[in-house]
Write a protein that binds this ligand. Structure first.
Ligand code: HEM
Ligand SMILES: *[C@@H]1O[C@H](CO)[C@@H](O)[C@H](O)[C@H]1NC(C)=O
Ligand SMILES: *[C@@H]1O[C@H](CO)[C@@H](O)[C@H](O)[C@H]1NC(C)=O
Length: 334
């Protein structure tokens, strides 16, 4: 009786698991590419050694991959016959790090030819990007395959914009199965990297047609940013004015003093009555709480609608689908 109940319970729990969770696994490459974690970590470290922003660029690519048709490497495809690149979408305009992905892929192909997808490389490299800059580590799930299509209209519709309200941002996360805690935890990736001024300078004056600056932007920080941005809209500012290149909880302590860089950042703390405020408080209080949630939310994001089994393909060149090897190898540097 007891064991029959246990079996019934097991099947009941298995039914509750989303299909994607059941399909990706920690040991997917144990036989075919056991050195994958070492190869990727070494390649990410090499990239960071020559560009302190390399990790920030890589995790952002993973985010923009997963939000469009799931984590399937679609963001990496360039324009080609039959492919309208997602890189043409406003949300990806000027995105960087594609050549870093190509370098990691080249190292992986040398070690394990033809078996590791570009989508899995983005997921694995994101973990190292965070961990090498002082953040948490986690066991990355593998088994994603690469798409044979890009979805530019999907990118237009699904990618979050820094000008959106908290309600709109929550809706975009909900559309891919992510909740409010995921939104707050994953936004914490803005503890490193840079943003161009064009994405936040609207906060300096006549914000939202009020005739005044964004009231949630710390006035002395605003003056610093106005100084930085006087060099033009493509000037880059640090997301985190305190520890710009370290993955820590300072994103949240900054929000509490009005030093979120983007409108979409500060809204997490400054939207009156929002349920995100208590989450920001808890992450600002204890780095361990933030790291624990961030790990879980990265796994949740990495589980968005992957292609598995015999769907899609293992791209040889992350920039192009296998059948159409027209044009040069790799990405042009943006
Ligand atoms: C919540 C909605 C989000 C919005 C509206 C947003 C928006 C932006 C914008 C406007 C930039 C600057 C881009 C540029 O200047 O080219 C940026 C950079 C960045 N984003 Fe987000 N982001 C969001 C969530 C995320 C998430 C979930 C992650 C990762 C888990 C992430 C990671 C990054 C990183 C690391 C950078 C810096 C990249 C670099 O230095 O090149 N963002 N984001
Ligand atoms: C592109 O993305 C949109 C929005 O997520 C979706 O409705 C549509 O089915 C996608 N198209 C393809 C061809 O996958
Ligand atoms: C901007 O103003 C509109 C209309 O008054 C309002 O609905 C919206 O919430 C405001 N946005 C922000 C970020 O304050």
């Amino acid at each position: 009786m007891a064991s029959a109940n246990a079996v019934a319970f097991f099947f009941f729990v298995a039914l509750l698991l989303p299909a994607s969770l059941a399909q990706l696994s920690e040991n997917f490459y144990d036989k075919t590419c056991p050195t994958l974690p070492n190869i990727v970590r070494a390649a990410v470290k090499k990239a960071i050694d020559s560009d302190v922003r390399a990790g920030a660029k890589l995790i952002r690519l993973h985010f923009h991959d997963c939000f469009v048709n799931g984590c399937d490497g679609s963001v990496l495809l360039v324009d080609a016959p039959g492919i309208i690149s997602e890189l043409n979408s406003p949300g990806n305009e000027g995105i960087q790090g594609l050549e870093i992905v190509d370098a990691i892929k080249a190292d992986v192909e040398r070690g394990c030819p033809g078996v590791v997808s570009c989508a899995d490389i983005l997921a694995q490299a994101s973990k190292d990007s965070v961990n090498l800059q002082g953040g948490p580590s986690w066991r990355v799930l593998h088994g994603r395959r690469d798409s044979r299509i890009a979805n530019k209209t999907g990118a237009d519709a699904n990618l979050a914009s820094p000008f959106e309200t908290l309600v709109q941002l929550k809706a975009k996360f909900a559309a891919v199965g992510l909740g409010t805690t995921d939104l707050v935890a994953l936004s914490g990736a803005h503890t490193f990297g840079r943003s161009r001024c064009r994405f936040f300078s609207h906060r300096f004056s006549n914000f939202n047609n009020t005739g005044s600056p964004d009231p949630s932007l710390n006035p002395s920080y605003r003056q610093v940013l106005e100084g930085v941005c006087s060099a033009g809209p493509d000037t880059r500012a640090n997301f985190d004015p305190t520890t710009p290149d370290v993955f820590d909880k300072n994103y949240y302590t900054n929000l509490k003093v009005g030093k979120g860089l983007l409108q979409s950042d500060q809204e997490l703390f400054s939207t009156p009555g929002a349920d995100t405020i208590a989450i920001v408080d808890s992450f600002a209080d204890r780095e361990g709480t933030f790291f624990k949630e961030f790990r879980q939310s990265m796994i949740n994001m990495g589980n968005i609608k992957p292609l598995t089994g015999s769907s899609g393909e293992i791209r040889r060149n992350c920039a192009r689908v296998n059948a159409a090897r027209i044009g040069g190898e790799g990405h042009d540097v943006m």
